[in-house]
Design a protein around this ligand. Structure first.
Ligand code: 5GP
Ligand code: MG
Ligand code: MG
Length: 191
């Protein structure tokens, strides 16, 4: 394959496309079995855009049961009084969630704030069940006690791009997950 400028921005690959593919087969099977063995007929998948679009699209096609899909857009804003960024929903879910089996999908669990906040908001719609699935879980970064139900890969505390994850909106289309060369990483806007 030709080494493109985009590819050469990576210092190294953390998870290659084959490994992602295999792990998604496992996740799809685990999730399908879990719901089917509990007599669930239909799942409602809520994807957090933009980071999870590629993961969600690939996972969805491995979930072998009826599934409805919607997206939620979340942003973090810089609170003027503190450096802490708080996630906020900026585009609402349109599907009804009440009494449904909801699976919330995100790209990466870092501090855990995004999932914790979203789970709190989704609970107000009173779904019958609410579980979460993340492609990546970053080690040693959690700031809240939230744990995802399903995790693709545990990774070290490094800023990663590819397979949906961006840096300044680039690299989402890389087929693997990698670490940018340090000189390209000046203070990352991680949302
Ligand atoms: P949390 O709320 O768990 O701290 O952050 C989750 C969000 O931060 C993710 O959905 C993702 O958008 C962003 N994020 C966290 N770590 C990384 C990373 O290593 N790379 C990229 N591209 N985004 C990240
Ligand atoms: Mg995100
Ligand atoms: Mg981002």
């Amino acid at each position: 394959m030709i080494e493109t400028a985009m590819e050469s921005d990576l210092a190294r690959i953390l998870v290659n496309a084959d490994a992602i593919d295999k792990r998604l087969d496992e996740l799809g099977e685990t999730i399908t079995n879990h719901y089917q063995s509990n007599g669930v007929e239909e799942l409602t998948l809520i994807c957090i855009t933009n980071g999870s679009i590629i993961f969600a699209a690939d996972l969805l096609r491995r979930i072998n049961m009826y599934a409805r899909v919607d997206c939620v857009r979340v942003s973090s804003y810089q609170n003027e009084d503190s450096p802490i960024t708080e996630p906020e929903i900026i585009d609402q879910i349109r599907l009804d969630l009440t009494g449904r089996h909801v699976l919330l999908v995100d790209d990466i669990l870092d501090t855990g704030k995004t999932l914790e906040k979203l789970v709190m908001i989704l609970q107000t719609f009173e779904p019958q069940t609410l579980e979460t699935c993340v492609l990546l879980e970053k080690q040693g970064r959690r700031q809240c006690r939230y744990e995802a139900t399903y995790v693709g890969f545990k990774i070290p505390n490094e800023f990663v791009v590819g397979y949906g994850l961006d840096f300044a909106e680039r690299y989402r289309n890389l087929p693997h997950i990698g670490v940018l060369r340090p000189e390209l990483q000046n203070p990352p806007e991680w949302q």
